[in-house]
Design a protein around this ligand. Structure first.
Ligand code: RB5
Length: 159
C-alpha cells in the first residue's frame, strides 16, 4: 500500500522510526515531513495527508503530533478521511475492524517507540470487517454528503 506519513515538530523525533517501520512492512511511504525540529502547524500536515487519502493518492496515512489529537481533529475535517487517535494495540485494531479508519493518529509524547511500531503493524494489516460496521461507516459518509450539500446550497443563496 501507499502510506502517507506526516508529523509536526513534536512528532519529529519519532517520524523517521515510523517511516522505517512502514517501509519494513513492505509499504511505500509518501513522506510529508516535517524534516526538522522547527515548529510547524499540525493542521497543515494533517490536511495534506488527509487530502492524499481522500483523493485516493495514498491508501492510508499515519500522523504524529504531541498528543495525536490535533492531527486527528484537523484530518477529520477533510471529507473521506476517517482519522482515529489510537493509544494501544486494541484501539489500533478496532479502528480498522469497526471504523475503517484510514488515518492513524499517534502521540509522540505518550506512546513508547516499541508500542508505536506494534500499533502500526496491527493497524496496517487489520482489514475492515464490513457487515453491520459498513452500514455505520456509510452513515458517516452520508453526514459528510449532507454537510457538503448544505454548503453548496448556502453558497448558491449568497450569489
Ligand atoms: C504542538 O505544540 C502540539 O500542540 C501538537 O503537537 C499536538 O499535541 C496537538 O494536538
Amino acid at each position: 500500500m501507499r502510506i502517507a506519513v506526516g508529523a509536526d515538530h513534536r512528532g519529529f523525533a519519532v517520524r523517521s522510526q515510523v517511516v522505517e517501520a512502514v517501509q519494513r512492512l513492505g509499504h511505500e511511504v509518501v513522506d510529508l515531513g516535517t524534516f526538522s525540529p522547527d515548529a510547524v502547524d499540525y493542521p497543515d500536515v494533517a490536511a495534506d495527508a488527509a487530502r492524499l487519502v481522500a483523493r485516493g493518492e495514498a491508501d492510508q496515512a499515519i500522523l504524529i503530533c504531541g498528543t495525536g489529537l490535533g492531527m486527528c481533529i484537523a484530518a477529520n475535517k477533510i471529507a473521506g478521511a476517517r482519522a482515529a487517535p489510537c493509544h494501544d494495540e486494541t484501539t489500533a485494531e478496532i479502528s480498522r475492524r469497526h471504523n475503517d479508519a484510514n488515518v492513524l493518529c499517534l502521540s509522540a509524547d505518550m506512546l513508547g517507540r516499541r508500542l508505536i511500531e506494534e500499533m502500526i503493524e496491527i493497524w496496517l494489516k487489520t482489514p475492515f470487517e464490513g457487515g453491520r460496521h459498513a452500514r455505520r461507516v456509510e452513515k458517516i459518509t452520508a453526514i459528510e454528503r449532507e454537510s457538503a450539500e448544505k454548503r453548496a446550497l448556502d453558497n448558491e443563496e449568497r450569489q
